[in-house]
Design a protein around this ligand. Structure first.
Ligand code: ADP
Length: 568
């Protein structure tokens, strides 16, 4: 096996990266300077991803200059928004789509629960705008609406005076989550009602806001909210918002009215005592349009899962629109978290980021103090990252198998993952204990937006071995940061990654794809990727360039949402 760059030319690359860095310090084209660069070490008191970063000051103008005729007013009602209340892709999608529509000339607001865990310093111009009451379980709950700007996007925060949305995290507080989101769904409509706000579109997301379309058509549309039309985006069909009739009644609707097959009953519980409702199904039935997040997932959901029959019945208003990524937030040329910026024209900084992360995590070999002399081994070891919620959907057995296989192949792997299930947490803690002292694997069990940015920038490959994946953002973000995707062929992964060795589709080829859910299938994809990396350096560099040039931004797909808004 040969590696294409000699030690000298590697040093040159590093030297040129330092030059980029220095140019940036002087305030060059990327516009973002970085402080005096200090090489991180695992023994640092504060880990390198927890230092103070400059604030991003993102503005919506950075997007493409398409302006739509007949602009609309869109209000997103959502449980997540990146970066202030993000758990997974939902938060990214809401922020990215909102920004794309704003820059196309639409008026966009995001309505979000005012989670206690939201860090207020990330909100600009936070002010109370309305004090009002919203109904829950026989009472009118005093509620405060705030307005603020997050990452250039107007946000309305809803804060009830009860315990809802209190706690350290977005999800999993010690209140009843289902009731909290029922409350939130109604409180958003109530706010529109009391403030006479009539958007053209109310865009709801996931089961958490699935009751809003029911509340709208059965209560608020008979009051003064006449204009809005409702769009529901389903980001993941597995979470269907199981709800009893009694719980739904707490929102002020008569729960038993919805317990029929053409409304919100969970088909699997028909004839059981008690039957259950699904807020997601109710949302599908009562929305004017339903979107899911990739064309392949659309097809999959029409064929499998208990919601398939509902979706088939509502086929005329069911669409598959591929998610984009927010290229303002995910931009290696301006990313505030990267020690050195880079882009497809000047990719050298990426190697510098890799070395930075390797040093910070103790994955770089010893004796490299000045940063201009990177030992061969640091470049030679392909660095694979996997950034994910640790849930069965993501292919947990394949992730843990990859650790073993990558180690055998002489590569390095970093997993940044958060488990909500105690058993999964324990399993991965065990793996972390086993591997984290060694020279090639790091398993970091936490959520860190900052570290995720640095890992995408550092990675040679991004691994996404999902069992199913409605769209998947990590493969797209990885590509933008020059990391080659290794993915299982399912859902949105199948729509965005095309195999290098598939001769029939060479133009699109941009990664390594496997189909089976067995370890052998994964091995085969990783083996092929490692072979390209080590033995076909020119082709490898070609793939990096290609993935960085792929346009997976909202510029590409926001227009489809706009067409849909118009059509309803
Ligand atoms: P899902 O929505 O199922 O979680 P996606 O691929 O659509 O999966 O989106 C995942 C998003 O969450 C990406 O932006 C990814 O970087 C981020 N993410 C996932 N896990 C973590 C983590 N542990 N720390 C930081 N970011 C994470």
């Amino acid at each position: 096996m040969h590696f294409h760059t000699s030690q000298n030319s590697q040093s040159c690359l590093l030297a040129s990266s330092v030059a980029v860095l220095q140019a940036e310090k002087r305030g060059s084209s990327t516009g973002v300077g970085v402080g005096e660069l200090i090489w991180p070490s695992p023994s640092d008191g504060t880990p390198f991803w927890k230092k103070d970063f400059p604030s991003s000051g993102v503005s919506p103008e950075v997007f493409a200059d398409v302006k739509d005729s007949d602009p609309k007013h869109i209000i997103h009602v959502t449980a997540e928004m990146a970066p202030i209340a993000k758990v997974g892709g939902l938060g990214d999608v809401v922020t990215g789509l909102a920004r794309a529509c704003l820059s196309r000339g639409h008026t966009v607001d995001i309505m979000l629960p005012f989670y206690e865990c939201i860090q207020k310093q990330h909100i600009k111009d936070l002010t109370v705008i309305t004090k009002y009451n919203s109904y829950h379980d026989g009472n009118w709950v005093p509620t405060t609406a705030y307005r603020g700007v997050v990452s250039g996007i107007p946000v309305i925060f809803i804060e009830p005076s009860n315990l809802f949305f209190k706690g350290q995290y977005v999800y999993g507080g010690s209140y009843n989550e289902l009731e909290a989101y029922l409350f939130f769904s109604r409180a958003c409509l109530e706010w529109m009602q009391v403030t006479s706000t009539q958007p053209d579109i109310i865009h709801v997301h996931e089961w958490q806001t699935g009751a809003l379309p029911l509340l709208y058509w059965d209560i608020y549309h008979h009051l003064s909210l006449k204009k809005p039309r409702i769009v529901l985006t389903i980001h993941n069909m597995e979470h269907y918002g199981e709800c009893s009739k009694e719980q739904l009644s707490k929102s002020g609707l008569e729960g038993s009215v919805y317990a029929s097959i053409d409304k919100a009953v969970d088909d699997r519980t028909i004839g059981h005592n008690p039957e259950r409702l699904s807020l997601l199904k109710g949302g599908i039935v009562y929305s004017n349009a339903v979107v899911t997040v990739s064309p392949t997932y659309l097809k999959e959901t029409l064929c499998t899962g208990w919601l398939a029959s509902t979706l088939v019945r509502n086929r005329d208003k069911y669409f598959g629109i591929l998610n984009g990524i927010d290229i303002t937030m995910w931009n290696p040329a301006t990313d505030i978290f990267l020690p050195v910026k880079f882009n497809d024209q000047k990719p050298e900084g990426k190697k510098f980021c890799k070395y930075y992360v390797q040093r910070g995590l103790g994955l770089a070999s010893e004796g490299t103090q000045d940063g201009n002399h990177v030992p061969d081994i640091t470049y030679k070891a392909p660095l694979v990252v996997c950034i994910t919620r640790l849930v069965p959907q993501k292919g947990l057995h394949l992730i843990s198998h990859a650790i073993k296989h990558i180690e055998e192949l002489g590569g390095q792997m970093v997993i940044l993952g958060k488990a909500s299930d105690v058993r999964v947490q324990t399993e991965f803690e065990g793996l972390a204990k086993l591997h984290n002292q060694g020279p090639c694997i790091r398993i970091l069990l936490m959520f860190s937006d900052e570290l995720s940015h640095m890992l995408y920038a550092a990675a040679d490959m991004v691994l996404v071995p999902s069992i199913y994946e409605p769209c998947g953002l990590t493969q797209m973000i990885g590509m933008r940061y020059g990391a080659v995707p290794v993915v299982r062929k399912t859902g949105g992964l199948a729509d965005t990654v095309f195999d290098m060795d598939d001769q029939s589709n060479h133009n699109k080829a941009n990664g390594f794809v496997f189909e089976g859910i067995d370890e052998g299938s994964l091995n085969c994809a990783l083996d092929r990727a490692f072979t390209y990396f080590r033995e076909k350096p020119d082709e490898w560099n070609g793939i990096i360039k290609k993935v960085m040039e792929v346009d997976n931004s909202w510029n590409n797909t926001a227009g489809k949402y706009v067409e849909l808004y118009h059509s309803i």
